[in-house]
Write a protein that binds this ligand. Structure first.
Ligand code: PMP
Length: 362
């Protein structure tokens, strides 16, 4: 029996044990090729099967319509912050950004280097405890696009419904909640996500892009930074991160075997509730950061009554084997990331730990 930690890391984060075991089993001789998947040519049939299987599985799980392309890129979600305006922020247009946390800020700053951008709304004044109401979003029908961050990994908030933007292309950074629940891809012109939370290891970035939107992209940019380059070449223009895509394909198989996104969403609700309930019944011993209506099911952020208690809580959690409970270095506090692959028993164990800690320190 291997000793697996209670892993609440925010990303890279827990992967399904069965996927790791399968990768281990297949490592030295991948499907009778006599080599590992990392050693295969990316032009080989064996690799091509993995690559296309990952695309098909993602299409199936997210019900991605035929008029969308699925791309596997590199450079993390952070490179998307730049690629999006390079491709889509035309000189005579503006792009609207909804500010809901540090990652929206980073996306906005990159776009600002390349064109005209403005805030469609911001919850910064409330210390990013909430998401703007849909009716409060201010953008224009001739904007290049509207950008949102569907789950705010650092502050622990999540969009519960998405705007219907009509003709304005909606772009979403779904890095920290893609595959956590069903979504209607039709709402979006482009969805992007770094893989290292719900999808697999770091190194792959998934982009889902509507074909008619893709056709509007700027052509005067470097080849590798054009979405069309990757779309035309099935993400095989250059060497893709083959091992990461293999792991992604296995994580997607695991998600399908679990029963798909309805089942996963249900599990995620249960997992998050185990911890939010402790916060809510703690008489202020634990203080949730996010407003209740906007609580993330992926990243549960909270503080303790005093900085001293918080320090001792984090130390004790670590001693007891709960890893990754420290809040992001930029804001401190506590954060439990309960992504898809975090087992419910991990959340149960942490819940018990929180209850016990309160008893001992109240
Ligand atoms: N967006 C969000 C919502 C994130 O959580 C992160 C990483 N934690 C990023 C973007 C940046 O991703 P990457 O490190 O893959 O560039």
């Amino acid at each position: 029996q291997v000793n697996r930690a209670y892993n609440f890391n925010a990303g890279p984060s827990a992967l399904p044990l069965s996927v790791l075991e399968k990768a281990q089993e297949e490592l030295l001789d991948f499907r009778r090729t006599g080599m590992s998947v990392m050693e295969l040519s990316h032009r080989s049939k064996a690799y091509e099967e993995v690559h296309n299987h990952a695309i098909d599985s993602l299409r199936e799980l997210l019900s991605i319509p035929d008029d969308y392309k699925v791309l596997f890129l590199q450079g993390g979600a952070s490179l998307q912050f730049s690629m999006i305006p390079m491709n889509f922020l035309q000189a005579e247009k503006k792009a609207a950004y909804v500010m809901t946390g540090s990652w929206s800020e980073k996306a906005f700053s990159e776009a600002k280097l390349l064109g005209e951008v403005y805030y469609a709304a911001s919850t910064k004044d409330g210390n990013y405890r909430s998401i703007p109401k849909l009716k409060e979003l201010q953008y224009h029908t001739d904007d290049a696009y509207l950008h949102i961050t569907s789950n705010n990994t650092i502050y622990g908030t999540q969009w519960k419904e998405f705007p219907n933007t009509g003709g304005v292309p909606l772009i979403a950074d779904m890095s920290s909640d893609i595959l956590s629940k069903p979504i209607d891809v039709n709402n979006f012109a482009l969805i992007y996500a770094g893989a290292q939370k719900n999808l697999g290891p770091s190194g792959v970035t998934v982009v889902i892009i509507r074909k008619d939107f893709l056709e509007q992209a700027n052509t005067q940019i470097p080849t590798m930074l054009k979405y069309s380059t990757h779309a035309k070449n099935n993400s095989l223009y250059n060497t893709p991160p083959t091992f990461g895509i293999y792991m992604l394909s296995e994580v997607l198989n695991w998600a399908k075997e679990l029963g798909g996104l309805d089942v996963i969403a249900d599990l995620n609700e249960k997992k998050a509730k185990l911890i939010y309930d402790v916060i809510d019944t703690s008489n202020g011993f634990y203080l949730g950061h996010a407003e209740q209506d906007y609580r993330s099911l992926m990243n549960i952020t909270f503080n303790l009554k005093t900085p001293e208690l918080e320090k001792s809580f984090l130390e004790k959690a670590k001693q007891e084997g709960f890893i990754g409970v420290n809040g992001h270095r930029s804001i401190g506090g506590c954060r439990v990331s309960a992504y898809n692959a975090v087992p419910i028993k991990g959340c149960q164990a942490f819940r018990e730990f929180m209850i016990q800690f309160q008893k001992e320190n109240y």
